[in-house]
Design a protein around this ligand. Structure first.
Ligand SMILES: Nc1ncnc2c1ncn2[C@@H]1O[C@H](COP(=O)(O)OP(=O)(O)OP(=O)(O)O)[C@@H](O)[C@H]1O
Ligand SMILES: [Mg+2]
Length: 680
């Protein structure tokens, strides 16, 4: 569908024709004039019922049952999930209030007596290590599961929108249709207007007068709902999230998981929950599949939006630029900080220092109390004092639990997220040719008539290459082509002698076998190379990433997003490879796990080829070379440092050639991913 069609699609009101005007006149001009005062758009001629017609009130009511303007519809809180009961309640002036919440999964307590108050308009970053309970908590707030104790109350006048960490729609609608699917008020206003216009066209005069009577209301509602700005808003969001115009008509189901997530995000931002100060957005790692420019756009959008927003993220940049407050899940409590992420890091250190000092004092106090109780509880004259000291002790111990929560810098022992415990060691690269891989006059793409990329590259042992380029330009296709997953259209791919490739894909974690246990999966993968590998090796690799003890025996399906990514990574690092091809490996991982990965990669001396939108991650790889993928060409150069410009969007909206090339690239990438999924 063309851009022009989209521009026309707002069902703009048709200008009244002569026939309509005659009918308007017949129906009476007085009421029309009164109503017209409120309408601005062409075609907004007023209408009224003549005295021999039913009263305007009843006529309007009758017509409304056919197609009521949204302003007259009762607002019903909606969510995209059927099994949702949003915990609306008395939030005492806050947008969201959590009181003494206790939350557990299986036999693990994630939160105990946790409190949080989010005021209207605040943008709160919900942070914490992998597996500390962020997604579980936000699910409770979104009404998808319930807490064990305590209350969550969302102000009843808020529209709640929830973006899940692994939301994939599988919708048959196009990108554009999905994007506007939840613009409820505008869609209702347009439907009402259409119905009114059809009624006006009726040969039945009574029906026509009824249509004409509600037409003004409908036009006013079009104005009030922002229907005339809808296309602009949709374009802003879709452009911002990196969709080329030619992608707007692609069916969502034909997109990869990553792009479907973007569609879901676009739809949410355009929904009532994202459209004003009555919105409450709950976003669980929304940037996992966004490039740097889209991330920046989203951060800015959130910052500018009047919505109250709770956003889970491991990305310091997003949390810094968008958030007014940080809520950290740590030590089974939620710790509240004013300011952005950098300020939080400083304030947290200070709080931990104070909490440790307080704890020492409390321990001394506790010892005194215990001593007194032990000595005097059997003493008749002092037993009353001993009893009151026992009460004091109980109170003190409750306080001490809070102090411990405030003082613990990491999550509970042995759980994922404890960065200090992670030491990732990659299997040593086996000996091989100096030249690892050559792409000679490579032509990459699906359709030989419209290749996505052309060029040559040579990867040598010791090279550390980052691949940069705009969204959809073909970076993942390049990776898939050199890895042999995707056949070349032209040219040659030559693998060096004894070179074995290791591929860590963008969404690998998402497609792990849910029913396998962590240890089983890791061993299954590792034993393809080394059938004699001992269980202990698998445990060590998992343990190095914080998956220790009973957690290693858990089914993958029950893990958090970051824990799944760690399992995939553990299996990956156990396989001895000369040349590693990484596609967005830092998705889902918390700061500690990303650090463990980059530390591991820094000490590894094979050949590294990485596609990542994360500037910090790319920098920490100490790249020796950059491959640029742009305007259909692959070029390679030495790297002397990375700049912000290297991570900018380069698809200019409106630049048909660039957009088409980008779209072709993106579509081909989707197709590859779809194929892989089918064959997996
Ligand atoms: N059905 C289950 N059985 C046992 N444990 C579970 C189950 N579901 C979740 N968990 C555990 O609960 C913990 C919290 O999971 P959650 O998804 O809330 O973490 P998270 O903070 O969002 O982590 P991440 O940053 O990795 O996304 C994790 O350790 C997870 O493994
Ligand atoms: Mg999560």
């Amino acid at each position: 569908m063309s851009t022009t069609t989209h521009a026309m699609r707002a069902n703009a009101p048709r200008t009244h024709d002569a026939r309509t005007h005659r009918r308007d006149a017949r129906c009476g001009a007085k009421k029309a004039a009164r109503k017209a005062a409120g309408a601005k758009k062409p075609g907004g001629g007023g209408v009224a019922l003549s005295s021999d017609e039913p009263s305007s009130a009843s006529a309007t009511a009758t017509a409304m049952t056919v197609a009521a303007p949204a302003c007259l519809l009762e607002r019903k809180p909606r969510d995209d999930h059927d099994d949702v009961v949003i915990p609306y309640g008395n939030a005492s002036g806050a947008a969201l209030r959590m009181t003494e919440v206790m939350l557990s999964v299986a036999d693990t307590d994630l939160l105990s007596e946790a409190n949080m108050e989010v005021m209207p308009g605040q943008v709160v970053g919900l942070v914490g290590g992998n597996g500390c309970g962020k997604s579980t908590l936000i699910k409770c707030i979104a009404g998808k599961r319930s807490v064990q104790d305590g209350t969550i109350a969302i102000s009843p006048d808020l529209e709640v929108g929830y973006f899940e960490q692994t939301a994939v729609s599988g919708s048959q609608l196009t990108v554009y249709q999905e994007a506007r699917a939840r613009m409820d008020r505008i869609n209702a206003a347009e439907a009402a207007l259409k119905a009114a216009e059809q009624a006006c066209e009726s040969s039945d005069d009574v029906e026509a007068c009824r249509g004409a009577d509600i037409l003004m209301d409908c036009l006013a509602e079009m104005e009030a709902s922002g229907a005339y700005e809808a296309e602009k808003r949709i374009a802003n969001v879709l452009d911002g999230l990196g969709f080329a115009r030619s992608q707007w008509d692609v069916k969502c189901d034909d997109l990869s998981g990553g792009w479907q997530m973007r569609v879901a995000l676009a739809r949410l931002l355009l929904s009532p929950a994202g459209s004003g100060d009555k919105g409450l957005l709950l976003l669980d790692e929304p940037t996992n599949h966004l490039d740097e420019a889209a991330k920046r756009w989203l951060a800015n959008w959130i910052k500018e939006s009047p919505c109250t927003t709770l956003i889970i993220s491991h990305e310091a940049e997003l949390l810094n630029s968008a958030c007014s407050h940080i809520a950290e899940v740590r030590g089974k409590a939620v710790h509240w900080y004013t300011g952005n992420f950098d300020k939080f890091l400083v304030d947290r250190d200070e709080r931990i220092r104070i909490a440790k000092a307080t704890y020492e004092k409390q321990q001394a106090e506790e010892a005194d109390l215990k001593d007194f109780i032990r000595r005097f509880s059997a003493n008749a004259s002092k037993s009353t004092q001993a009893q009151s000291r026992a009460k004091l002790l109980e109170k003190l111990q409750k306080e001490m639990r809070k102090t411990v929560a405030a003082a613990s810098a990491t999550v509970s022992e042995g759980a994922a997220g404890d960065a200090s415990r992670m030491h990732l060691q990659l299997a040593k690269p086996p000996p091989s040719d100096m030249i690892q891989l050559t792409l000679k006059d490579g032509v990459i793409g699906y359709d030989p008539a419209t290749p996505i990329l052309e060029g040559s590259i040579v990867l040598e042992r010791g090279m550390r290459v980052v691949v940069l380029g705009p969204n959809g330009a073909g970076k993942s296709s390049l990776l898939k082509s050199i890895s042999g997953q995707m056949p070349l259209i032209g040219g040659e791919r030559i693998l060096g002698d004894r070179v074995s490739l290791g591929v860590f894909g963008q969404d690998l974690a998402q497609y792990l076998p849910k029913e396998s246990t962590c240890i089983q999966y890791v061993l299954d993968v590792a034993r393809v190379d080394d059938p004699l590998m001992k269980d202990e090796m698998g445990r060590q690799a998992l343990g190095a990433l914080g998956i220790t003890g009973p957690m290693a025996l858990r089914k993958i399906g029950s893990l958090s997003g970051g824990e799944k990514a760690r399992v995939a990574l553990a299996a990956f690092v156990l396989q001895p490879r000369n040349c590693l091809l990484l596609d967005e490996p830092s998705n889902h991982l918390d700061v500690g796990a990303v650090q463990a990965l980059t530390d591991g990669l820094q000490g590894w001396d094979g050949c590294l080829f990485a596609v990542s939108h994360n500037k910090g991650f790319c920098e920490s790889l100490n790249p020796t070379h950059i491959i640029r993928v742009k305007n259909g060409k692959i070029t390679m150069e030495n790297c002397y440092g990375l700049t912000d410009d290297d991570f900018e969007h380069e698809v200019i909206v409106g630049d048909a050639t660039a957009a088409a090339a980008a779209a072709a690239g993106a579509a081909a990438e989707e197709a590859v991913e779809e194929k892989e999924l089918v064959t997996a």
